[in-house]
Design a protein. Structure first.
Length: 186
């Protein structure tokens, strides 16, 4: 395997780990409305499970209110059932035209619990990055053993993988820090 392939693959996988962390943290309620809270909601729409964002417009008219306006009003009850089934922790209020979801304010104690959850999720992200690093290092080691790289090339490549890992770990920490700040400030 060419050295650029190993580095490129490692970098790509590390970026995917960062993106996965951002998606995961996006589903955590922070006491304010965020359309990503409804990312996991699927609706039984004409017999097919359909993501909510494909059959309704989701807007944020106020800081703590999500407004779900279906493109097809006949799907309103199905959307309401889908929100209940997804267990997002919000109670839908159906007025016959649209569904309002009010995000309750968080208590200080709940904010601390969620901050701990963010840290744990970030740690999983770091572990994913470290696993990518380990796999890349193993690939480089095999390549060196097979004679694909000289000692100097091998050490240079290992340094580059470590630099990518350090960059990815910093990015994960920044993502988690931003989310934690958002939660604690409310």
């Amino acid at each position: 395997m060419a050295d650029n392939d190993v580095l490129g693959t490692a970098k790509d996988k590390m970026q995917k780990a960062e993106a996965a962390l951002e998606r995961e943290l996006g589903t955590i309620r922070a006491g304010r409305a965020n359309a990503s809270l409804l990312n996991n909601v699927t609706v039984d729409y004409y017999g097919a499970p359909t993501p909510l964002n494909q059959i309704a417009a989701i807007t944020i008219p106020e800081a703590r209110v999500l407004l779900v306006k279906p493109y097809d009003k006949s799907a309103l009850n199905d959307i309401e059932h889908g929100i209940y089934a997804a267990n997002v922790g919000l109670t839908p209020a159906n007025d016959g035209e649209e569904i309002r979801l009010v995000v309750p304010a968080l208590t200080e104690e709940r904010r601390q619990e969620i901050a701990k959850q963010v840290k744990a999720t970030a740690e999983q992200g770091k572990v994913a990055v470290r696993n990518v690093r380990r796999d890349a290092m193993d690939t480089l080691k095999r390549g060196h053993k097979d004679g694909d790289y000289t000692d100097d090339e091998w050490h240079k490549l290992e340094d580059q993988v470590q630099k990518e890992t350090d960059t990815a770990i910093k990015a994960v920490e920044q993502i988690a820090s931003d989310k934690e700040k958002e939660i604690l400030e409310g």
